[in-house]
Design a protein around this ligand. Structure first.
Ligand code: ACO
Length: 401
């Protein structure tokens, strides 16, 4: 609640809504979300249908250009993205300047911004071909530099995009192929990652998307706006939740793997501990994305046959919480981060790369929202405030203070 007595010098009527929880800041045709009913749709299409029947690049095209592409248009789009997957060699010098221990999201944000220096022509959003080229360039180069942040942290040589393979297969190759031999790609894994990227592709006006729109509203370029989105996503309150799931599983493992003990802890109102990956701020009955990805997680785990105590704990935790009255009565189901964390772990993706995975998925949403904001000719984002500082004071010279 606002303490009215502390408010001073308020000029005109101002809506006070910290975190914009109840403010619609734009009109948007892109994503529909109903948290009570557990509905998520991109451009009117149910997320269930898109995850089941479309590919990530198909969904990217839908989000950005508004319609599902024909088979021919999709093939052209994939080819055009391929054309831009070469990243300027001098970008490698920038990567070399980072310590190996740098967080990949910091490196990704810096590299995305640096793309402006090597691609200085700004994207004219009103010109169809200019816009299309900018979109393909961003999607092509972002994947490569995202994986380079991992290669750098491991001290591995940087890999290049393989034009004979699809976008998600390339992700696996770029990440894991070594000079000793190419990475063996498992189609079940590719399918699960494709779905995960689709599920993360847009979520209306979340923190990083609002950031992209806000930065873009000053007519800063596309790469600069996306770079700001990466920084916003980096925060633990936003993209970092799946990392928190893994950290919790590690904590349970270190404490002997007693899942019931941690369920009790989560129910204890005196204890601040919460089960990470359970519950959602917007989806109050179930997270539609979690339902889809749970199936993929089960398939990945049985196909890879990974033996990992953390994954065993995750499965036990899921079962125990789903059967527990406390969690059932509060509709606290595993959310998308719970299962995405499990899949990434099973694929051998290190925990601090989880948010980078999220960023790769969210990229088409950021681009679509940036484009919509510019085409709608939205004004520069400039919120007001409620001033709570001192009233007018007399200036006192330094020697008299
Ligand atoms: N573990 C134990 N109890 C929980 C949990 C949990 N994970 N989540 C909510 N509760 C309890 C609350 O204590 C509260 O209990 P009460 O009615 O007895 O007071 C009740 O469920 C309702 O919870 P709220 O706090 O009102 O739910 P809110 O909408 O504020 O929080 C949130 C949602 C932040 C996601 C919460 O469920 C949580 O902290 N989850 C764990 C963290 C997590 O997984 N975050 C990722 C979300 S997905 C994403 O951001 C992409």
């Amino acid at each position: 609640a606002v303490d009215i007595s502390k408010l001073r010098d308020v000029t005109g009527a101002i809506t006070f809504d910290p975190g914009y929880k109840n403010s619609g800041v734009c009109k948007s045709d892109i994503t529909f979300l109903d948290g009570e009913e557990g509905i998520l749709r991109y451009r009117g299409y149910a997320i269930e249908d898109l995850a089941d029947k479309a590919s990530f690049l198909e969904v990217s095209y839908l989000l950005i250009f508004g319609e599902l592409p024909s088979a021919k248009t999709l093939e052209q789009f994939e080819n055009d993205i391929r054309k831009y997957t070469l990243v300027n060699e001098e970008m490698k010098n920038i990567i070399d300047g980072f310590p190996k221990t740098a967080h990949p999201m910091g490196v990704l944000s810096a590299l995305t911004s640096a793309l402006t220096a090597f691609n200085p022509k700004s994207v004219n959003v009103e010109n169809q071909s200019d816009l299309y080229e900018g979109v393909c360039k961003t999607i092509g180069k972002f994947l490569v530099i995202a994986t380079w942040t991992y290669r750098k942290s491991m001290g591995y040589p940087l890999n290049y995009y393989d034009n004979t393979k699809g976008y998600v297969e390339n992700f696996m190759n770029l990440m894991f192929s070594l000079p000793t031999g190419p990475y063996k790609i498992n189609p079940i894994v590719v399918d699960a990652l494709d779905k995960l990227f689709i599920l993360h592709a847009d979520h209306e006006q979340n923190c990083s998307t609002s950031t992209v729109r806000m930065v873009g509203s000053s007519h800063a370029g596309l790469f600069a706006s996306i770079s700001a989105g990466v920084s916003a996503l980096w925060g633990p309150l936003h993209g970092g939740a799946n990392q928190a799931v893994l950290e919790m599983l590690e904590e349970i493992n270190k404490a002997g793997g007693d899942v019931d003990k941690f369920i009790l802890k989560a129910k204890d109102k005196e204890d601040p501990f919460r089960l990470m990956g359970f519950g959602h701020r917007v989806y109050k009955n179930f997270d539609p994305r979690a339902k889809i990805i749970k199936k993929a997680a089960d398939e990945v785990l049985s196909s890879l046959g990974v033996k990992d105590p953390l994954l065993d704990i995750a499965m036990k935790l899921e079962k125990a919480a789903l059967e527990d009255e406390y969690f059932k009565s509060r509709s606290l189901y595993p959310n998308v981060d719970f299962y995405s964390g499990i899949i990434y772990r099973a694929l051998g993706i290190p925990t601090d790369m989880f948010t980078v995975m999220f960023a790769i998925g969210r990229l088409p949403g950021w681009i679509a929202q940036w484009k919509e904001m510019r085409l709608n000719k939205e004004p520069i984002g400039r919120p007001r405030q409620v001033y709570t500082g001192s009233p007018l004071r007399d200036f006192v010279a330094a020697d008299k203070r």
